[in-house]
Design a protein around this ligand. Structure first.
Ligand SMILES: Cc1ncc(COP(=O)(O)O)c(C=O)c1O
Length: 392
C-alpha cells in the first residue's frame, strides 16, 4: 500500500468519524471521578442523553461496547429459561440470539432472509399464539447494520398491544440513535440498547441502556446472574452523580460535546440529513446498475446502504483496492454475507461533500476492481443532493 495523503475516509457503519470538537474535548487531563467536577459532568451527560433517546426514563452508561449494553438488557430483565422472541434480520440480530442462548434463555428465533426488517404481523401472530405467556420479551434490532434494513418499532409496539401481550420490548438502537428518529417513550420501549461510536459521535467505549419503569420492575424479579451490569447499583450511584465503578471519564467529556453538537444541529435536522444521504446513495447504486441488499423501500436505512456485488466478484477484494488506492474503509459483508456485499456508511459527522467523496471512491474503485457497472452514480447522487434541501 502506498501512502495516501489527507484524512482517511472511514465509511464503515461505526465506529464513525469523530468530530474535531469531540476529539479536543476528550484530550483533557482526566479528573477525579469522585470529585465535584465529575458530579457536574455526570449530571450533564445523564440528563443530556434523555432527549437523545426521547425519554424521560433513566439512561445508564457503561464502560463497554454495544454488546455489553445488549447483555445488560437481557440479564437485568430475564430469568434462566425465559423465552425471548427474536427475529433474524441479519448478523447483529443473530449475535443477540446467540448471546441469549449462552445466557440460558430460550430464544424463539423467527427466520429471515437478511433483506427485510421485522414483520409486525409476525410479532402479533406469535404473541397471540402464546396463550400461556411464555414469551417474556420481544427483542429486535432497529437498524440492522449488517444489511441496511430498519424495522418499525412503532409498528412492533402496536403489534404487541394488539395481541394484548405483556412481553417487554427490548430494542437494539446501536446504529440508529443519533441518525434515525428514535422514540423510547412514545414507542413504549422497555429497554433501548445503544453505544457511543455511531450516531453519537464518540469513539468506542460507552454502552447505554434507557430503561422503562416496567423494565425496572422486571429487574427486581429477574434471576439471571449479573454484577457489573446491574442497573440497580448504577441507578443508585447515578442519582448522586457518581458511578459504582471507574467510568470512562474522557469519553464522557467527548459525549458531552457530541450531545451539544447534536442539539445545536437539532435532532430533526440530524434525521433529515441522514435521510437525504440514504436517498442520494441509493440513486448512485441504481445508476451503477447494482442492487441494494434491502428489498423493502419502507425499510431502507438512512444510516448505511449495503450493496450486492455482481456474481463472480468478491466484495472484499473490491474493498481492499478502495483502501489501497483511496485510503477509504468501506463496511464488509458480515456472517453469511461475507464477500457478497459491501456497505457504504453515511452516518454521524458527515456532510454532502463527504458523501460525494465517498461515492467517488466507490465509483473509481469499481472501475479499478474490474466490476461491471455503469458510470454516473456520483452524478445521480449529486443531482439528488442538489435538489433536496436540508430541513434547516
Ligand atoms: C446493530 C448492532 N448491534 C450490535 C452491535 C455490536 O456492538 P459492539 O461491536 O459495539 O459491541 C453492532 C456493532 O456494529 C451493531 O451495529
Amino acid at each position: 500500500m502506498w501512502a495516501v495523503p489527507g484524512r482517511h475516509f472511514l465509511q464503515i457503519p461505526g465506529p464513525s468519524n469523530i468530530p474535531d470538537r469531540v476529539l479536543r474535548a476528550i484530550a483533557q487531563p482526566t479528573i477525579d471521578h469522585r470529585g465535584p467536577a465529575f458530579v457536574a459532568l455526570a449530571r450533564e451527560v445523564l440528563d443530556g442523553l434523555q432527549p437523545v433517546f426521547q425519554t424521560s426514563e433513566p439512561v445508564v452508561i457503561y464502560a463497554s461496547s454495544g454488546t455489553g449494553a445488549s447483555e445488560a438488557a437481557l440479564v437485568n430483565t430475564l430469568s434462566p429459561g425465559d423465552t425471548v422472541l427474536m427475529f433474524e434480520t441479519g448478523h447483529f440480530a443473530t449475535q443477540w440470539r446467540d448471546m441469549a442462548v449462552r445466557l440460558g434463555l430460550h430464544a424463539e428465533f423467527v427466520p429471515g432472509d437478511w433483506r427485510h426488517g421485522v414483520d409486525p404481523r409476525e410479532v402479533e401472530r406469535r404473541l397471540t399464539d402464546d396463550r400461556d405467556r411464555a414469551i417474556k420479551a420481544v427483542a429486535v434490532v432497529h437498524n440492522e447494520t449488517s444489511t441496511g434494513a430498519t424495522s418499525s418499532i412503532a409498528a412492533i409496539r402496536q403489534a404487541i398491544d394488539a395481541a394484548g401481550h405483556p412481553a417487554l420490548l427490548l430494542v437494539d438502537a446501536i446504529s440508529s440513535l443519533g441518525c434515525i428518529d428514535y422514540r423510547h417513550d412514545e414507542w413504549g420501549v422497555d429497554v433501548t440498547v445503544s453505544c457511543s461510536q455511531k450516531g453519537l459521535l464518540v469513539p468506542p467505549g460507552l454502552g447505554f441502556n434507557a430503561i422503562s419503569a416496567k423494565a425496572r420492575a422486571s429487574a427486581a424479579a429477574a434471576r439471571l446472574p449479573r454484577s457489573y451490569w446491574d442497573w440497580q447499583l448504577m441507578i443508585k450511584n447515578n442519582a448522586a452523580g457518581v458511578f459504582p465503578f471507574t467510568p470512562a471519564t474522557n469519553l464522557l467529556f467527548g459525549l458531552r460535546e457530541a450531545m451539544r453538537m447534536l442539539m445545536d444541529e437539532g435532532l430533526a435536522n440530524v434525521f433529515a440529513r441522514h435521510l437525504r444521504f440514504g436517498e442520494a446513495t441509493r440513486r448512485a447504486v441504481a445508476a451503477w446498475g447494482l442492487e441494494v441488499l434491502c428489498v423493502d423501500p419502507a425499510a431502507y436505512s438512512p444510516a448505511l446502504t449495503a450493496v450486492m456485488m455482481p456474481a463472480g466478484h468478491d466484495a472484499d477484494a473490491f474493498r481492499r483496492i478502495v483502501l489501497q488506492r483511496f485510503d477509504m474503509s468501506l463496511g464488509a459483508g458480515l456472517g453469511k454475507l461475507k464477500g457478497q456485499i459491501f456497505r457504504i456508511a453515511h452516518l454521524g459527522d458527515f456532510n454532502d461533500l463527504m458523501l460525494a467523496g465517498t461515492l467517488s471512491g466507490v465509483e473509481m474503485g469499481l472501475a479499478a476492481a474490474g466490476v461491471p457497472f455503469t458510470r454516473g452514480g456520483v452524478t445521480a447522487a449529486l443531482d439528488s443532493l442538489a435538489c433536496e434541501t436540508s430541513a434547516s
